[in-house]
Design a protein around this ligand. Structure first.
Ligand code: SAH
Ligand code: SF4
Ligand code: F3S
Length: 438
């Protein structure tokens, strides 16, 4: 039994940062002899890396835990842990509600997982939702060498000081912290040596990055000098932190991809104020003009909340007007969900049927824009970083510069290659094309 690796199953909910965190947690537990499995039924430890952003996301944890009850009853040695933003927000409450949970650890303390794992193996329970003095990235400094796919996430900034009235992130991830640029560069170089060609820099407020000279633009130009790193992206940005240098980088840095997720949430100034977003619809539109002046073909995406407390039909119409004016390549839209502890949770809510109706109307407009953006690609030549075989034999799939999913048919193994492709057809969620040149 001792030399047999233990099996670790991780389920990841929520944003890209959780995807990155799950990788780092698996690496941390790798040192304890754990190997990842995709099959929960053979797991010795199951971790749920959770999201607290909307009620539905948080409640998913409890239904998934419920489903594991039988397995835990059959195998009392199975250890179950809850990590991520629900762990941070609910802490011991999770164990009270679900006594089968052995371990609860927040997003800032997961470097302590190895010790916590030992404690639960010894039959105890381990709960850690502190915002610790020691920095997890320092403790987990070097990442194990392993073959990786051609794309990777890299967290450069974490936490948020913006306190939008609806949002739990400042409470679950804590205050804004930037990692030092030289550490990020070292991690990026390691990823590139392992086969990565595209890195997406992550932060809840990534463009507020201040861990090195020149902010995020400075970091991007530093990373762009790494040979073998061909593409750089970043997400998620706040409109108020788009500085001149970052806008200029979109025009000047060829490795920075022409894609920007810039959530606006609403097109109504009254609602933006109530949300504490600290910008207006007009200032957002002018900002997009400046970004497009620097990089005319940039593909813009956003997040929207419908039915924020106090939202009237006129306010909602202002959101539709803003969407019509911007023309998004893609966007996420959500019904407002009241979150415990946030200022907006105290306010009177918009009726559910009104929210449903607005969500439908907004999504119809956004999906028409997405289709138009996909169709506009037909006939164009772009580059694609190929990641994996497609569904049909001989098919390969990857991402274009604008982050469109693209597939081609080719006899060669295209994994990890960046190739020129002429787009020949647009389907609702992907583009088809043909390789050109060599
Ligand atoms: N840091 C990012 C977004 C974090 S959360 C930013 O500032 O843009 C991702 C998206 O979830 C948000 O942009 C918002 O549209 C949505 N969201 C956050 N809290 C929400 C809530 N209480 N109800 C509904 N949607 C919410
Ligand atoms: Fe949440 Fe606002 Fe911070 Fe984004 S900027 S993480 S929406 S508080
Ligand atoms: Fe969710 Fe936490 Fe990310 S609440 S969206 S997992 S920062």
């Amino acid at each position: 039994m001792t030399d047999q690796p233990r099996k670790l199953f991780i389920k990841t909910y929520g944003c890209q940062m959780n995807v990155y965190d799950s990788e780092r947690m698996a690496e941390a537990l790798g040192g304890q002899g754990y190997e990842q499995t995709q099959d929960v039924s053979e797991a010795d430890m199951v971790l749920f890396n959770t999201c607290h952003i909307r009620e539905k996301a948080a409640e998913k944890l409890y239904s998934d835990l419920g489903r594991l009850k039988g397995q835990k009853a059959m195998n009392p040695d199975l250890k179950i842990g809850v990590t991520g933003c629900v762990a941070q927000a609910e802490g011991e409450e999770i164990v009270r509600r679900m006594p089968m949970v052995d371990l609860v650890v927040g997003p800032q303390s997961y470097h302590r997982l190895p010790q916590m794992e030992q404690a639960v193996r010894a039959g105890g329970r381990a709960i850690d939702t502190e915002f610790p003095e020691d920095d997890k990235f320092e403790t987990l400094r070097s990442r194990p060498r392993m073959a990786r796919g051609p794309t990777a996430f890299l967290t450069v900034q974490e936490g948020c000081d913006k306190f939008c009235a609806f949002c739990v992130v400042p409470y679950t991830r804590g205050a804004e912290v930037s990692r030092p640029a030289e550490r990020i560069e070292t991690e990026a170089r390691g990823l590139v040596e392992a086969g990565v060609r595209e890195i997406t820099l992550l932060g809840q407020n990534v463009n507020a990055y201040h861990g090195g000279e020149g902010g995020l633009a400075g970091l991007i130009s530093r990373l762009a000098r790494i040979d073998g790193l061909d593409r750089i992206r970043y997400t998620t940005s706040h409109p108020n932190d788009m500085d001149e240098a970052l806008i200029a980088a979109h025009g000047e840095e060829p490795k920075l991809m022409p894609y920007l997720h810039l959530p606006v949430q609403s097109g109504s100034d009254r609602i933006l104020k109530a949300m504490n977003r600290k910008h207006t619809a007009e200032s957002y539109l002018r900002l997009i003009e400046r970004i497009r002046a620097a990089r005319p073909d940039i593909l813009m995406t956003s997040d929207f909340i419908v039915g924020f407390p106090g939202e009237t039909e006129d306010d909602f119409q202002a959101t539709l007007d803003l969407v019509a004016e911007v023309g998004y390549g893609a966007a996420y839209s959500f019904k407002y969900s009241a979150r415990p502890g946030t200022p907006a949770a105290e306010r009177e809510t918009v009726p559910v049927d009104v929210m449903d109706d607005r969500l439908q109307r907004l999504q119809a407009l956004l999906s028409a824009q997405q289709t138009a953006a996909q169709e506009a690609m037909v006939g164009q030549v772009t580059t694609v970083l190929f990641e994996k075989p497609g569904r049909r034999p001989g098919q390969w799939g990857g991402k274009s510069e604008h982050l469109h999913a693209v597939h081609v048919t080719a006899a060669d193994d295209l994994r990890g290659q960046i190739r020129r492709v002429r787009i020949t057809e647009a389907a609702p969620h992907s583009l088809g094309g043909e390789l050109i040149g060599s």
